[in-house]
Design a protein around this ligand. Structure first.
Ligand SMILES: NC(=O)c1ccc[n+]([C@@H]2O[C@H](COP(=O)([O-])OP(=O)(O)OC[C@H]3O[C@@H](n4cnc5c(N)ncnc54)[C@H](OP(=O)(O)O)[C@@H]3O)[C@@H](O)[C@H]2O)c1
Length: 258
């Protein structure tokens, strides 16, 4: 395995399962020391223990990114344990389900608290530390926001989620415009559908199967389909990449259906 991230400390939010746990394992396999954060501490602890058992470096912390005040102190704890943060993978996200006529104020707020507010304040708190520690000046500071094809494509019945993910895409560009001059590369990945807890129940339904059959390749993606892009955006190759949203979706967002 390529070890291009050796010596760098990385934070992954929402690393208790799904894509976040996968990204944490991937960064560790590439040599990074990884802090896995999420609300379910037992689950991030289990993934961190697995990384350590296979020879990597990892710690686990409880962090609810909707509680913006708690992000800075958690990042301080991470820096005390692993050294200056070089990489933030802003992955924590919720599905924000509900047809627009039925969507409650609480569900709207929950979606934006995690998917937008959580992404912004995690990026801000990481950037403050990247600048203060000298990581940004050294050229290894990377922020990767996990957006979605919902950033640019209407996913039916998911208006709050779609709006939140298009906000992530614009935040990525805005933060890159402010921070690339300071040495921090901010970019985003827009994945297509991958089966995780966020959507698993949908694929078993008739509607889910119908949607799947409309995709050009009539299949869901695998988390590993994102590996090359995530590794690239976290490493030296991203030196001149700023504010980009890279869609990796197996063609799912191409117009016309299957
Ligand atoms: N799967 C897909 O098809 C797909 C496609 C495009 C984009 N994405 C995006 O990829 C990211 C990961 O999703 P996933 O598919 O892996 O879903 P998942 O399996 O449901 O995982 C979501 C993760 O986010 C964490 N999370 C939720 N609320 C949080 C909060 N308030 N604070 C901290 N962590 C929180 C969860 O951990 P805790 O519950 O332990 O806090 C969990 O680890 C999300 O941003 C999602 O929008 C997914």
């Amino acid at each position: 395995m390529d070890q291009t991230l050796t010596g760098l400390a990385a934070v992954v939010t929402g690393a208790s399962g799904g894509l976040g746990a996968h990204f944490a394992r991937l960064l560790a396999a590439n040599g990074a020391a990884v802090a896995l954060t999420a609300r379910r501490l037992d689950m991030v602890e289990a993934v961190a223990a697995e990384i350590v058992a296979s020879g990597g470096r990892a710690i686990a912390l409880k962090l609810d990114v909707a509680d913006a005040q708690s992000i800075g102190p958690a990042f301080d704890e991470i820096e005390a344990a692993l050294g200056p943060i070089s990489i933030l993978v802003n992955n924590a996200g919720v599905g924000g389900e509900g047809l627009a006529l039925d969507l409650t104020i609480e569900e709207w707020d929950r979606t934006f608290d995690v998917n937008v507010r959580g992404v912004f304040f995690s990026a801000q708190q990481a950037a403050v530390r990247m600048l203060a520690s000298g990581v940004a000046a050294a050229g290894t500071a990377r922020i990767v926001n996990i957006a979605s094809i919902a950033s640019h494509t209407v996913l039916p019945g998911l208006s709050a989620y779609n709006a939140s993910k298009s906000a992530v895409a614009m935040l990525t560009r805005s933060l890159a415009r402010e921070w690339s001059r300071r040495g921090i590369a901010v970019n985003a990945i827009a994945p297509g559908y991958i089966e995780t807890d966020i959507n698993a129940s949908w694929w078993a339904t008739e509607g889910g199967q119908k949607q799947l059959k409309g995709f050009p390749r009539r299949r869901l993606m695998e988390a590993t389909d994102l590996d090359a892009t995530l590794t690239m955006l976290c490493g030296p190759a991203a030196r001149a990449i700023a504010g980009t949203l890279i869609t990796i979706d197996d063609g799912q967002s191409l117009p016309g259906g299957g």
